[in-house]
Write a protein that binds this ligand. Structure first.
Ligand code: NDP
Length: 259
């Protein structure tokens, strides 16, 4: 396994759940990133209290306002990150923010489908576009050939719920709009990997496991995996990725998930 050595990282949805877990793990690394950009919708609000506490102790942690369903907000966030980075690029973009409507097939609506797709699929697409110049800059500035997450990468936090082959958890949770949005996110990850390979940017879709967060618990069942174990596992996977893995759909333990 290669060592993950990133100078800069952006994490979306970083105020709670897995996003906050990523930020905590980055801060605890033996060689932490020089810049950790933790984005959330309401940086000054009660829901970002833990992030605010961390930022007051760690100058490397910068909280940035970002609503992933709003293109103007995404552009403004990319400009702020660029201003902090100066001449250097962005190594790692973790598209983690996501939402779910816990509904059965018959109850899904146009509004649910649209809102969920906008957040879970269009958001990561627009994030990739807006941060592309910064990711390219990091790739160009990194020595050596081949792709890696220490160089430049987009990690899309997807879900096994979006796997057409596995249909994981159907009897417990139908979550149709969510499953469709994540299946589309998997396709987006593949497309990004094909388009961005020539720029030196690795792209994957990662399933974090079924994790003890607000979302993981929202259907009324107890998830088996802790945030710490999931994030630790995903970081281990991220550190091990190389050119052969770009475009893959993997879980938090590094196993390939069938599309
Ligand atoms: P949580 O519900 O705990 O957190 C979701 C995060 O996403 C929050 O920070 C939330 O912000 C943010 N968010 C939601 N919508 C938007 C938006 N429009 N713009 C910006 N931020 C937004 O979820 P998890 O931590 O569990 O999930 C993280 C990722 O992992 C998601 O993509 C999810 O689909 C995926 N995943 C989770 C699984 C699990 O078992 N937990 C299983 C499989 C995948 P706010 O506080 O403002 O609402």
């Amino acid at each position: 396994m290669g060592e993950l050595c990133v100078r800069s990282v952006v994490v979306t949805g970083a105020n709670r759940g897995l996003g906050l877990g990523f930020v905590q793990h980055f801060l605890r690394m033996p060689k932490p990133p020089q810049w950790i950009f933790a984005t959330c919708r309401d940086p000054k609000g009660q829901g970002a209290q833990e992030l605010q506490n961390l930022a007051s102790k760690h100058p490397s942690l910068v909280i940035i306002s970002l609503e992933v369903a709003d293109p103007a907000s995404i552009k403004a966030a990319a400009a702020k990150v660029g201003a902090h980075l100066g001449d250097s690029g962005l190594n790692l973009l973790i598209n983690n923010a996501g939402m779910v409507k816990s509904k059965k097939l018959d109850a899904e609506t146009l509004e649910d489908m649209t809102e969920t797709y906008t957040t879970n699929t269009a958001g990561p697409l627009l994030m990739g576009q807006a941060f592309l110049p910064l990711l390219k800059k990091a790739a160009q500035g990194s020595p050596g050939s081949g792709l890696s997450c220490s160089k430049a990468a987009i990690i899309n936090i997807s879900s096994i719920g979006g796997s057409i082959a596995s249909a994981f958890g159907w009897d417990m949770m139908q979550l149709v709009s969510y499953r469709c949005s994540k299946a589309a996110l998997n396709m987006l990850s593949k497309c990004q990997s094909l388009a961005y390979k020539e720029h030196g940017i690795l792209c994957v879709a990662l399933h974090p496991g079924w994790v003890q967060t607000d979302m993981g618990s929202s259907a009324g069942h107890a998830p088996p995996v802790t945030v710490d174990d999931s994030v630790q596992g995903m970081l281990k996977v991220i550190s091990s990725l190389s050119e052969k893995d770009t475009g893959a759909f993997l879980d938090w333990e590094g196993k390939v998930i069938p599309w």
